[in-house]
Structure formats: structure tokens, C-alpha cells
Write a protein that binds this ligand. Sequence first.
Ligand code: NAD
Length: 416
Amino acid sequence: MAVGFDPWAAVLERLDDAAKLTGVDPDIHRLLRTPKRVLEVAVPVRMDEGHVEVFTGWRIHHDTTRGPAKGGLRFHPQLDAREVAALAAAMTLKTAVANLPFGGAKGGVRCDPTKLSLGELERVTRRYTVEVMPLLGQDRDVPAPDVNTDGRVMAWLMDTLATMTGRAEPGAVTGKPLSIGGTRGHSGATSAGVVVCTRSVFTELEIPVAGSRAIIQGFGKVGGPLAFLLSSAGMRVVAVSDIGGAVHNPAGLDVSALADHCAHAGTVAGFDRGDPIEPDDMWELDCELAVPAALEGAIDDHVAGRLGARVVVEAANGPTTPSADAILDRRDIVVVPDILANSGGVTASYFEWAQSRQGYAWDEHTVASRLRKGMEESFVGVWAKSELLGVSLRRAAFALAVERVAEAISARGLFP
Ligand code: NAD
């Protein structure tokens, strides 16, 4: 995360703007400015060499009016409550844009998984699960993977819940392995959704996909598959960066060889079929598409002023700061916002939740075609709203989401 960037303040600024744009009831606006429920927990874990380390964890529900809370689980050494709250609020808005019957949540543990053994990672996950268990369940709150967590972590979480309650509840977690009730097509779903948004926005802007150049920040669960999908669509992925460095090849990187290198070296840095480039300089490369797929605040004023791309499609959550947004707007760089662009992941999670509750697995084609249709419809809805209001896609997406959540809040009314 960029130094000094406050993700919760950024969410509030955008919520306030959406409230103004839509003229939403001020009482509902006030409700949305406060997370519904914040649980902070101590996560004591016996480390391999004998002592007990006490990590801090959170699970935050931002709003649950439209359905059970839904949101990922992040393990990161700089995680704090404001970041988790911001990510939870983004989930409320994202599930509303995608029109899914969920509210918004997020959780995580402040820890550095690169410094944990597999056993320590499992103990962190299982102890965290027990500490936040009062909030979890298929009708209450359904976690999924996020930064530094994966299907294995979800499997431990599901097993811990089942062990503690004495009953199987596969619908209580998504992003789990296929062998225990995960869905086909989950692992590439966020990236597939980013591609749908890229195709849709390029069509609107009359930019051909084939032959266009892309840069990607992040080569993890989202950035990795995305690089494959973009190059399969005929784009040239000319640069990729990650925590370890960046590589550049104007002719287009061999994505498959890059993935092999990364699997071996743990980073894209050092890939020999491209030239090293400073990660910060990557943003200046002349290209049609830039995809931030790492952490919040990556596109700040400094990056926005030099960005060489015509279009940004936000795979990461909160990658652009509000002031950078204004710069991109002035420079006529079109931004497809996170709450639309990366909603393929939560859409696949919704499909998984539905399958787990039905006890009936869908085939790959059903998942892929419903995902594509859902993403296309979400894009069309946000694009139309942006034309109607004469505002950026981000402001339009926030406005659409706030209207949908506000409608649900006023339909249910205030207790007591
Ligand atoms: P990941 O942990 O699998 O990968 C993160 C990648 O970002 C890694 O390649 C890492 O090296 C890189 N990175 C980290 N810090 C960096 C830095 N300072 N500079 C450059 N690269 C850096 O995480 P992920 O699941 O791919 O998530 C990436 C982003 O996408 C996050 O913002 C996440 O919230 C968002 N997202 C993920 C999903 C999903 O399905 N996993 C869904 C929606 C949104």
C-alpha cells in the first residue's frame, strides 16, 4: 500500500460523492459510513521453535441488508482495521453492482505468511477461524481467499468450522478446493471477469483487443491467470511487475515461460526473456491497458500523472487513490473501477455458495457462461449509468451500488 494512503478515508470520500450524486436519504448515507460490526481478535499461535506469537485478526461486516456478509480473508504484515473496513465496504458495493444477494465483509490477520512454516500458517488460520466463528456461517458471513490466502487456507477454515460445530457446512466458505465442494472455474474467475470488462470497454472506445499492449502490476492469483487470458485474446503483455521487481519485453512477454520462471524463482524479476525495468517506471510505458492487480493505493498522483496507458481496468481492490482518479479523469484515461472490474471472483463465489447449498455441482460451461453473462450485464449497467449521469465509470458504479443498497435498506426499515 502506498505510504500515507488511508483506504477507509478513500471509501468514505467516494461514498459521500455517490450520496450527493444520487440524493440518497441522509439517514441511509450515515448508516453506510459506519461498518455494521467490527470484531478484533488476538490470534495466539505456538511457533515451531516453541514460543507463542500473538497476531491480531479482524472480521468486519460493513452491511448485510442485501444478504449474508461476503468477503475475502487477507494475511498481510501491514494489515489494519481501517484497511479491512475499507475492503468490507467495497464488498457491499461490489455485490450490489453485481446484483448478488450478499452484503459486504472482509477479514484477515496481520502476519507475514512468507515467514511462517506451513504448520504455523495452518495454526494461524484455525485459531483465527475459532476466534471469529460467532460471525461465520452460510447465512451469516461467507469468507473467500484474498491476498496471501488460497484454497488450502479455505479448506482449513471449513474443516475448523465443521470440527467445532460437528456438522458439515460447505456453503460457509467459498474458494475451497473442488474435492470438498468448490466450484469449477473459481480460480480464474476474477481474471476472466477483468477480461470481460477489458473487451467491453475496448469495444465502447473502439480500441481493438488483438495487438493491443498491456502492463500488469502483480502476478499472483489474479495477475497470473490474467496475463494468460490477455495474451490468449491476442494482446501483447509487454510488462509485468511484482513485489520482487519487473520485466519488460516490447514484443510481448512469453507468459507461460514467465509463469514457470516465477514458480521457480518466486518473483518475475530475473526472467531472461525480457529486460529488467524499475517497477515504478513500468507505469510510463506506452500501452492501451494497465491492470493494477496487487495492493491498494498503487496508482497515486505520481503514477497517474505519468501513466502511459489509455485504459485502466482495476483488478486489485482500491488501487487508485481519489486524487489520482481526478488526474486520470483530466487526462482522459478511462478507469473501469474495482467494484465492477474484479467482481468476477465474488460472482463465482456466489455460484459456489449456491451449488454448496443445493448440493449439486454445475459443469464448467454453466459456470463460465453465467459468469460472462453476469459481468457483461454489470458492465452495461455501469456504462449506462455513467452516460446518464455524465460521470466517470467509478462514480457511476458507486452511485448504482449506493442506490441498490439504499433501496434494500428502506425496504427492510430500521429495527426497532
Ligand atoms: P496474491 O497474493 O495472489 O498476489 C499479489 C501479487 O501482488 C503478487 O504477485 C505480489 O508479488 C504482488 N505485489 C504485492 N505487493 C506489490 C508491490 N508493492 N508492487 C508490485 N507487486 C506487488 O493476491 P491476489 O489474490 O492476486 O490479489 C491481488 C489483488 O486483487 C488484491 O487487491 C485483491 O484484493 C484483489 N482481488 C483478488 C481476488 C481474488 O479472486 N483473489 C478477487 C477480487 C479482488
